[in-house]
Design a protein around this ligand. Structure first.
Ligand code: AMP
Ligand code: ZN
Length: 138
């Protein structure tokens, strides 16, 4: 399904122009308009899914394979030392465009690491409770 009011539906399906680096029947990959760093690529499925949890497994499998392929190309093209594959779900997680997408972000030794978080101390008893709760919900 394609949504009328979704900018990534329009970009992915060619109704709005973009700096496209890859296209096939299912996906378009573009340069991010406000990149974290030069060579920041976004993979967009042509079909609309709000996020990871709405998408079918086949699309997700193909998207990850494409992230590998394009990540390798970005690494060669930008001569970077590492690549972040980032995928945000929900506003609380930083998602601003509610059409599933995967970020491919070049990284350099000694440079900024985009994906960082505080390393809290964990309590073994609490960890066991949390693990049990997750296991129950799989
Ligand atoms: P997220 O925060 O994961 O939802 O990422 C949305 C990304 O889309 C951001 O990195 C934006 O810079 C990028 N973005 C928003 N609008 C456009 C657009 N019209 N063309 C290309 N990239 C865009
Ligand atoms: Zn969409």
């Amino acid at each position: 399904m394609i949504m009328d009011d979704c900018i990534f539906c329009k970009i992915a399906n060619g109704q709005i122009g973009s700096e496209t680096v890859y296209e096939d029947e299912r996906f378009r990959a573009i340069l991010d308009l406000s990149p974290a760093v030069k060579g920041h690529v976004l993979i967009l499925p042509k079909e609309h899914f709000d996020d990871l949890f709405e998408a079918d497994d086949e699309t997700l499998g193909e998207a990850l394979k494409l992230a590998k392929k394009l990540g390798a190309a970005v690494k060669k093209a930008l001569d970077c030392d590492g690549i972040n594959i980032v995928q945000n779900n929900g506003e609380a997680a930083g998602q601003t465009v509610h059409h599933l997408h995967f970020h491919i972000i070049p990284r350099y030794n000694g440079g900024e690491k985009i994906v960082t978080w505080p390393q809290l101390k964990s309590d073994p008893k609490e960890q066991a409770v949390i693990a049990a709760r997750i296991i129950e919900n799989i």
